[in-house]
Design a protein around this ligand. Structure first.
Ligand code: SAM
Length: 200
């Protein structure tokens, strides 16, 4: 039997966390900047309990909700969205399809090799496909506090560095906007970016 991850044990109460309640504002703001069509196939990377996937699903043909935590995906599945397909696995194990858009919220900082992640995104997009990725701007490690226990690989990101990795992967028109400020129990506010871009 494998050892449960932080996300496996947190899954049941994930949606009630103060952070998740604040993150509910992300989906409508992201959707306002991501052109989608009813025939689109979308990948939500690190979908968790479906904070983004459940809001995107009504606008597209199908959302593939990729996550390494089966417990997080169980919570998502219990929400009963017919056009969300849970996919339990690591992105580097390969993806079953090609997508018109790849979205993600607060999952990039859990992947050590960000360049390889950008390449995996670029490879999985149709020509003309878009990314819309939300994560922390560079912080001092105080956001999660217990970084090792939570599998944190990066204390947020510098937009210029992330843009360079995305461009090396072949993505273009990379842009950043602040999408939300998250208030944490330590009394501090942490800005999140929305990174958008396109595969030519
Ligand atoms: C902080 S949670 C965010 C979940 C959800 N997007 C949200 O905003 O509530 C990060 C998620 O990414 C998943 N994850 C981390 N590394 C992953 C990888 N390499 N492949 C797929 N999922 C991964 C974790 O299991 C976890 O559910």
């Amino acid at each position: 039997m494998t050892t449960p991850t932080h996300f496996d044990t947190a899954a049941r109460d994930w949606d009630q966390r103060p952070t998740s309640v604040q993150l509910a504002a992300v989906a409508p703001r992201l959707l306002a900047q991501l052109p989608l069509s009813p025939a689109d196939q979308v990948l939500d990377f690190g979908a968790g309990t479906g904070l983004l996937a459940t809001q995107i699903a009504p606008r597209v043909a199908q959302v593939t909700a990729l996550d390494t935590s089966a417990a997080m995906l169980d919570v998502l599945q219990s929400k009963g969205h017919a056009n969300i397909t849970p996919l339990c696995g690591d992105i580097f194990a390969g993806l079953p399809g090609q997508y018109h858009a790849i979205v993600s919220c607060m999952a990039l900082h859990h992947v050590a090799d960000t360049g390889a992640l950008m390449q995996a995104f670029a490879d999985a997009l149709h020509s003309g496909g878009r990314i819309a990725l939300v994560d922390l701007y560079a912080e001092d490690g105080s956001f999660h506090g217990d970084n090792a226990a939570k599998g944190v690989q990066h204390f947020g990101f510098e937009p210029k560095a992330l843009q360079a990795l995305a461009e090396q992967a072949g993505l273009r028109d990379i842009a950043f906007t602040e999408i939300l400020r998250l208030h944490q129990r330590n009394g501090r506010d942490y800005p999140l970016f929305l990174m958008t871009g396109r595969k030519p």
